[in-house]
Design a protein around this ligand. Structure first.
Ligand SMILES: Nc1ncnc2c1ncn2[C@@H]1O[C@H](COP(=O)(O)OP(=O)(O)O)[C@@H](O)[C@H]1O
Ligand SMILES: [Mg+2]
Length: 304
């Protein structure tokens, strides 16, 4: 099997995934999506570093690398072209698009009937201001999130219309969500890692404020995940169609959970500190299973 591992930054994750793939007998070629080119006029126009002669059978994506709207669009196009050529891509470009766009994630999670905080998305400041006037008040704010945000960056609490930044500051999309207060005085929520449809590991994240991302200083703590949290995370992963994912959950104050986020490029170094489960191993195994599922071993060739 010809396997590519697409990763840019994050040496820890890259090394873990590479070792896990190798321990399962694959020989991954590391490349960055930023180095894929399209060249027409002779041969395969998609030029993937390390696969110039023939496209890979599978690509495991750790990151698609940030950049401009144009660069991201091209990278997603490259992934779609790989899928169209029969290459197994984990996570699929469709799944990445659905989860990177927080509005689409909210829509899909809500449509699947899963509990999630009420969410309001508008493309203009007037509509957003009217929503804030209707839905928020001091002490009961809305959370404004960047549509493509990650790592807890750029979140703001909005209590009144005047708190809203101007359109340029939010790239003209206001993603607003009801703020869920923690009830026990601790800044805690939960991360569940789902792979191949199953919740395989989870942790509590405890922050010094309401944003608990590990990147923002949130501390991973072991968590004996209740069955209903596992089930909700698995259903959220299915709703968005992600093969491996980190799902953020928060307590609803009534003994249940709400889905906060579905990540298609999750980091798991924090989670790995508090779980026995080998996460990179599970991702590598699931991915290779998926590659093999579309390429059953050629018995005839083996016998011949
Ligand atoms: N509606 C909310 N109510 C309370 N806290 C929230 C809410 N949304 C997000 N948070 C906090 O902010 C963190 C980051 O939000 P999230 O939606 O996961 O975006 P990101 O992509 O930046 O991780 C969450 O893990 C949680 O701690
Ligand atoms: Mg998150």
């Amino acid at each position: 099997m010809r396997i590519g591992l697409a990763a840019d930054n994050g040496n820890w994750h890259k090394a873990r995934l590479r070792a896990a793939l190798e321990s399962l007998g694959a020989e991954p070629v590391l490349f960055s999506l930023a180095d894929v080119a399209v060249v027409t006029g002779g041969g395969e126009p998609l030029r993937v570093p390390g696969f110039e002669d023939r496209l890979p059978d599978g690509v495991l994506l750790r990151t698609i690398a940030g950049g401009t709207f144009e660069a991201t669009t091209m990278r997603l196009g490259v992934l779609h072209a790989l899928v169209a050529s029969g290459v197994t891509v984990w996570n699929s470009p469709g799944a990445i698009e659905r989860s990177v766009d927080k509005a689409m994630t909210s829509l899909l999670v809500a449509r699947a009937g899963l509990p999630t905080p009420d969410t309001f998305v508008f493309s203009g400041r007037d509509a957003a201001a009217a929503c804030v006037a209707r839905e928020a008040r001091p002490g009961a704010p809305l959370v404004l999130k960047p549509l493509f945000g990650s790592q807890g960056e750029g979140l703001q609490l909005i209590e009144r219309p005047d708190d809203l930044p101007d359109e340029a500051a939010v790239s003209r999309v206001y993603y607003l969500q009801r703020y869920i207060a923690r009830t026990d005085g601790l800044w805690r929520d939960y991360r569940v890692f789902v792979c191949e449809g199953r919740a395989i590991a989870a942790m509590i994240r405890e922050g010094d404020g309401w944003i608990t991302n590990v990147h923002r200083g949130g501390r991973p703590l072991p968590w004996a995940m209740p069955a209903k949290a596992a089930e909700l995370a698995e259903r959220a992963a299915a709703a968005v169609g992600v093969d491996y994912t980190g799902i953020d959950l928060v307590e609803d104050g009534e003994g249940g959970y709400l889905v906060l986020e579905v990540n298609s490029m999750p980091a798991w170094s924090g989670l790995q500190q508090v779980t026995e489960v080998d996460i990179a191993g599970a991702v590598a195994r699931g991915f290779l299973n998926a590659v093999r599922a579309v390429r059953p071993p050629r018995l005839v060739a083996a016998l011949g």
